[in-house]
Design a protein around this ligand. Structure first.
Ligand SMILES: [Zn+2]
Length: 90
């Protein structure tokens, strides 16, 4: 598993913990269950892209040995978090 994939899974875990245990109410638009389902779907995307590879549909935008564009796009909302690397920017 690449560093980007592992880092993303950690972000999803932290976000899920926040959603489930922060004590706040559901968002007006999404319930906590829907937010957790969204994170679970994203975890599965990460798992499909977790190892070093080239994404065929975005091959022209690949950055070798950094991470595929799919994962770099998934990571973008977390760019302000500790551990995010500039080289991951899509
Ligand atoms: Zn990929």
């Amino acid at each position: 598993m690449t560093n980007l994939a592992a880092w993303l899974l950690t972000q999803f875990d932290e976000l899920e913990n926040h959603v489930m245990y922060s004590g706040g109410p559901d968002c007006e638009y999404w319930s906590k269950e829907e937010m957790v389902d969204d994170l679970q779907a994203k975890r599965q995307i990460v798992e499909d892209h977790a190892d070093q590879h080239t994404c065929v549909v975005a091959a022209a935008r690949e950055v070798p040995y950094v991470g595929c564009r799919t994962l770099r796009l998934l990571a973008r909302p977390f760019a302000g978090r500790p551990g995010y690397l500039d080289e991951w920017r899509p």
